[in-house]
Design a binder for this molecule. Structure first.
Ligand SMILES: Cc1cc2nc3c(=O)[nH]c(=O)nc-3n(C[C@H](O)[C@H](O)[C@H](O)COP(=O)(O)OP(=O)(O)OC[C@H]3O[C@@H](n4cnc5c(N)ncnc54)[C@H](O)[C@@H]3O)c2cc1C
Length: 429
């Protein structure tokens, strides 16, 4: 087994901790490592933002990377947990299949998709990843393997979906795919002049399968909360035998600049340009352009410089969403902090059993903040507001929220073995 000690971070590049990283080549080595270590956490591709996949001992699943079965007739995939969604796309799209639920990034593992119970731009229609999950194998603290599904070990199944790795190590997974009628989507952009118009567009476009919006967090006055909403449906090209899926080589950010290139002086003009560029209208876009726009740049997280960045993603119940999100944007304006990316999504009812899944019926907002000295104090205030409005934060994005915001309850499923630094307050530097 490959084991090395070094500094590990997730996508936000904060926090950075010194840890042992083990990469077992097979399940026997996974068992060997689990049994020998008192506290450890599984890690997929480290695309969570904050501290979720970090601990003193970290077990990478990236070498568990085999596709075990692809049923092209039924649209069912069985794979080891370290398989990346990007690898699966290369296999399934040409055969006319796609994921029912995909996050806005494809370099995540199947295990990470389950442990965070990821959602996409179609949550009201399709729910979370667990909705399409048939079963998985989980290795527990003693090295025993449990097959979990809705019928078998269903408690463990639901504790693991969105359970952030605290139930054990997912070894493999089997899930359903959706028929893909074409490699393209009809995207309708609605450029909204202010906050009210942006929210209204979500209501007016409820029939569209996919929806997400960008908000200009630097806008004020009459333009406060302006943005662009992107709605889409798959185009139905009849009689397509094989679907092309050409993947363009991403542009790379080759090094970490000595300071963050993203701050108010650069974000404000960027937002102005982005707002002007995204005029209202309809056009045809491919899968990568609609679902994975950020994957056009690899290592874009380096733009935030050596201090990294934090993402704060929260969800509010429908009845509080409109006023609550507006208050959040106002608080950000008052704080002097400037998020680079601000993404609004609508969510439907969660599956009743999926107690750890993030989305609740309402809206979520994801905010990427450069990690300035003042960010922690703003996040404290946002936590208070989100808490008072019965909202939730997304643990897979979190680096510094108050421990009370964590909804994963590790009691009863092996806290002594599977633990991450999640929910701990780390020092600011
Ligand atoms: C640009 C970007 C866009 C994103 N967009 C979205 C989005 O639209 N929707 C969304 O829901 N998420 C989104 N995410 C978050 C991302 O999908 C999740 O954080 C996902 O879990 C990362 O998967 P990973 O394989 O990198 O896992 P990691 O980041 O390595 O780990 C994430 C969690 O899963 C656990 N875990 C990983 N593998 C296993 C395993 N085999 N067994 C048990 N536990 C395991 C870890 O312990 C950790 O708690 C986005 C992330 C980025 C960087």
């Amino acid at each position: 087994m490959h084991i090395k000690t070094g500094t590990i971070t997730n996508w936000g590049r904060y926090p950075a901790i010194r840890a042992e990283l083990a990469t077992p080549a097979n399940r026997d080595e996974v068992r060997e490592y689990i049994v020998a270590h008192d506290r450890m956490i599984a890690r997929g591709n480290g695309r969570c933002y904050g501290d979720a996949a970090l601990s003193a001992c970290v077990l990478s699943t990236l070498a568990l990377n085999k596709v075990l079965r692809f049923d092209k007739e039924e649209g069912i995939v069985q794979c080891e947990s370290g398989v990346l969604l990007s690898g699966l796309l290369d296999l399934i799209v040409p055969a006319g299949w796609f994921f029912h639920v995909t996050p806005g990034i494809k370099s995540i593992t199947a295990g990470g998709a389950i442990a965070s119970d990821v959602h996409g731009k179609n949550h009201p229609v399709k729910g979370c990843f667990s909705n399409w999950l048939l079963s998985f194998e989980l290795m527990d603290a003693e090295g025993r393997v449990h097959v979990c599904s809705r019928e078998k070990n269903s408690d463990l199944f639901w504790q693991t979906c969105g359970g952030m790795g605290w139930t054990g190590v997912i070894l493999s997974a089997t899930f359903r795919l959706m028929r893909l009628p074409s490699p393209n989507l009809a995207q309708q952009t609605v450029r909204a002049a202010n906050y009210e118009a942006l929210f209204r567009s979500f209501e007016e476009m409820k029939g569209r399968q996919y929806a997400a919006a960008w908000i200009d967090s630097t806008s004020s006055g009459q333009q406060f909360g302006r943005g662009a909403a992107f709605f889409a449906d798959h185009i139905d090209h009849k009689q397509v035998n094989s679907l092309p899926y050409p993947v363009k080589k991403p542009l790379n950010v080759p090094f970490v600049p000595p300071f963050s290139l993203l701050h108010r002086l650069t974000i404000k003009p960027y937002n102005e340009m982005y707002f002007r560029k995204n005029r209202s209208g309809t056009r045809e876009v491919d899968l990568d352009e609609y679902f994975y726009p950020l994957d056009r740049f690899s290592n874009w997280n380096r733009l935030y410089g050596p201090r990294g960045f934090v993402q704060y993603q929260f969800c509010l119940p429908e009845k509080y969403s409109f006023d609550g999100m507006r208050r959040v944007l106002e608080m950000i304006g008052e704080s002097g902090e400037t998020p680079f990316l601000t993404v609004l999504k609508r969510h439907g009812d969660p599956a009743p059993e999926a107690m750890h899944s993030f989305p609740i019926r309402g809206y979520s907002l994801a905010l990427d903040f450069p990690r300035t000295k003042g960010i922690r104090s703003l996040i404290d205030k946002l936590d208070d507001l989100v808490w008072s409005l019965e909202g939730k934060i997304y643990l897979t994005k979190d680096a510094c929220s108050a421990p009370r915001m964590g909804r994963v309850d590790p009691r009863g499923f092996g806290e002594s073995k599977f633990s991450s630094v999640l929910r701990q307050r780390l020092s600011a530097d």
